[in-house]
Design a protein. Structure first.
Length: 277
């Protein structure tokens, strides 16, 4: 079965109640998990970037905007409690070592490496040493860079799954290059999923499954017109429902590749071949 993650990311806009509504959206659509992001903005971004002018609902600097989008440990405690109450898995992609260590207290089942962090060796080591099953996104990365990340996880005997991805928000559909799913699988002999950032229909995700993707991650939102850089490349509830439904249907349609005669074929077999009996 394909594992489906609804990426909430920072689409909660710093609002815990909005986050809960997004979790509910994922649950009603039938997703397997929801994912968030955690970062110490002072560690991830330079002072020059943080001091730049950027008007938002939180102020007039990039620092204020980035801080406004971050949940505190206390808020993630509420997320943890809510997900447990609603019986859905949740996990995070942390963007710095301190955040990764801080979030260990929640004992989530999975970890995630964001494409942006694929070259952050110390962070990868910190994640891999936990030994949790980890989804590793590979956007804007070379095969050598992916190989180096894979070596870290294998050196720690940490189970992982690569995720073919494209780091533009939104991704131009003609740049999806879904055959990379098979390329990565053959090269690294591991499971490969797909993390999509397209604004077109969800057909790209379905094609990814047909090409062997073992997991799908898509950003979700309550309304694509809401404030935020990721909202436009996200699925609203109706689109998410259709995506999950069709992926699960594909699981049955694809079958196991073993040739059998179905019970439903027996009447036709008896009728149409009896002349040869």
């Amino acid at each position: 079965m394909v594992f489906i993650t609804a990426e909430i990311g920072i689409n909660h806009n710093g609002d815990i109640e909005l986050a809960k509504k997004l979790i509910d959206t994922a649950i009603t659509a039938g997703c397997d998990a929801v994912k968030f992001q955690k970062r110490n903005v002072e560690k991830v971004y330079t002072k020059k970037v943080l001091d730049t002018y950027r008007e938002s609902m939180w102020g007039t600097t990039t620092r204020e905007q980035k801080l406004g989008l971050e949940f505190s440990e206390k808020q993630y405690t509420k997320i943890d409690q809510y997900c447990k109450k609603k019986k859905i898995l949740w996990y995070l992609s942390c963007w710095d070592v301190g955040s990764q260590i801080q979030m260990r207290k929640f004992k989530t089942k999975y970890n995630k490496v964001a494409s942006a962090m694929l070259l952050h060796t110390k962070l990868l080591e910190t994640i891999a040493e936990e030994g949790k099953y980890t989804f590793i996104s590979t956007g804007m990365s070379t095969m050598n860079e992916i190989s180096n990340a894979v070596k870290i996880f294998r050196n720690h005997d940490c189970p992982f799954e690569l995720m073919h991805s494209h780091s533009a928000y939104p991704m131009p559909p003609h740049e999806a290059n879904l055959k990379m799913i098979q390329t990565l699988g053959k090269k690294f002999k591991c499971k490969v999923g797909y993390s999509g950032h397209e604004i077109s229909s969800y057909s790209i995700c379905l094609a990814a499954v047909l090409l062997g993707a073992t997991s799908i991650e898509r950003h979700i939102t309550l309304d694509r017109s809401m404030y935020g850089s990721d909202q436009a490349a996200s699925l609203e509830h109706s689109g998410l429902v259709r995506l999950v439904r069709d992926i699960k249907e594909l699981d049955f349609i694809l079958g196991d590749g073993k040739k059998i005669i179905w019970d439903s074929e027996l009447p036709a077999q008896k009728k149409l071949r009896e002349v040869f009996g």
